[in-house]
Design a protein. Structure first.
Length: 83
């Protein structure tokens, strides 16, 4: 596994990381890795996002514009009154 060294970390940022790591009961290194995993997408994650985006685009083509596939709350109330 590669190693990453970071120099010249501002003291305030370091202290914030340290407090966050304590709160999570992890080391500062583990906390930084957790933050990076949540913030920096990998190539496979980007590929999955792209595939999902394409799926959504194709799905949108099947939905008819101008016609709602559902009835509004107002229409439901009117329908309920007519019963």
């Amino acid at each position: 596994m590669p190693t990453l060294y970071v120099e010249n970390v501002p003291r305030e940022l370091y202290e914030a990381l340290r407090q966050r790591a304590r709160k999570q009961r992890t080391s500062i290194s583990a906390e930084v890795i957790s933050i990076l995993e949540a913030s920096v997408p990998t190539a496979s994650q980007l590929k999955a996002r792209g595939a999902f985006f394409e799926y959504i685009k194709e799905f949108q083509k099947t939905v008819k514009r101008g016609r709602r596939p559902y009835i509004t709350a107002e229409e439901m109330i009117r329908e309920d009154r007519d019963r």
